[in-house]
Design a protein around this ligand. Structure first.
Ligand SMILES: [Zn+2]
Length: 302
């Protein structure tokens, strides 16, 4: 896939933070021995691409400040040309593309306004409205401060490294679109009604599969999304690119991750759904193109 080199990145949708590593008040999980600083997959198994559902106690404020020793830094990503060269800039332009899509599609389909929210790019750890965000948690959406949190080392170290996905730019797009899928769920009031967090038919699995489906809805229309000046954001998207997004969705399936870590599958502890379910709902979103088509709460055929 290729971004339009002339597409302009809207930095108002991005917050870049740095300095949240050691000594910054950031909580660090113990590293596995011999890991060379890499994070063990066991630490992350239940929290890859998720939504934080615990309610904020208010101790951390709104999470938008420089808590945990982090500071907001300059964002050097300007254009699609930058996004073609840098994963960080690709995150920014995908954020723009996903929100360009929902800014139109959400009002069209629900009659309500879409709230544009920011992606926080960080490395190491940073404060969030859902507690301390860290690399080990993987990307997530926090409903308390309505921000998407993403450590950009996730794609190389985790998704391709530990989880064995093929990767590629459109896999990054899938991850961003999945997190913004949780933001759509939040606006629909779904996240506030979540009760069961584990098990193959749990609310958690339903919300995760719905987010995959909503990512598919975006993916199906990604080439039509435009920047603030009306320039196309993505100029080239091949079937192989879409396959790589699907491959990433498979790599983060509960059964796949459990097999990699423990060698067996325990359906009672599912939080996200199987690899096959994640692919099925992503494809359904691509085919149907609507929020209604993604209603995982209205069926037992997950
Ligand atoms: Zn999720």
């Amino acid at each position: 896939m290729r971004f339009n080199p002339k597409a302009r990145i809207d930095q108002s949708q991005i917050e870049t933070r740095s300095g949240g590593g050691l000594g910054g008040g950031g909580m660090r999980l113990p590293m596995p021995s011999g890991g060379g600083g890499k994070i063990g997959i066991g630490t992350i198994v239940v929290v890859v691409l998720f939504v934080v559902l615990t309610q904020c106690t208010g101790l951390l404020g709104d999470g938008s400040g420089g808590g945990g020793g982090t500071t907001t830094t300059q964002n050097s990503c300007q254009s699609g040309a930058d996004a073609n060269k840098s994963e960080d800039c690709a995150v920014d332009l995908f954020t723009n593309s996903v929100q360009s899509f929902w800014s139109q599609a959400y009002p069209d389909q629900t009659g309500k306004q879409y709230d544009v929210v920011k992606t926080v790019r960080f490395q190491g750890s940073t404060a969030s409205g859902c507690g301390q965000a860290s690399t080990e948690m993987g990307p997530f959406y926090c409903p308390n401060d309505q921000l998407v949190y993403l450590d950009t080392t996730f794609f190389d170290d985790m998704l391709q490294g530990q989880l064995g996905a093929k990767g590629g730019p459109f896999a990054i797009g899938y991850v961003i679109a999945h997190e913004y899928g949780h933001h759509i769920e939040d606006q629909l009031g779904i996240l506030g009604r979540m009760r069961t967090v584990r098990g193959p038919k749990s609310d958690s699995v339903r919300a995760e599969l719905m987010a995959d489906c909503l990512a598919g809805v975006w993916a199906g229309a990604a080439q039509k999304t435009t920047d603030a000046d009306g320039n196309a954001i993505i100029t080239e998207l091949t079937p192989d690119d879409v396959k790589r997004a699907i491959d990433a969705a498979q790599a983060v399936g509960d059964d796949r991750i459990q097999k990699r870590t423990s060698g067996r599958v325990d359906t009672d502890s599912f939080t996200h759904g199987t690899a096959a379910q994640r692919v099925r709902w992503f494809n359904r979103g691509m085919e149907q193109g609507t929020i209604n088509g993604c209603n995982t709460f209205d069926t037992d055929n997950l």
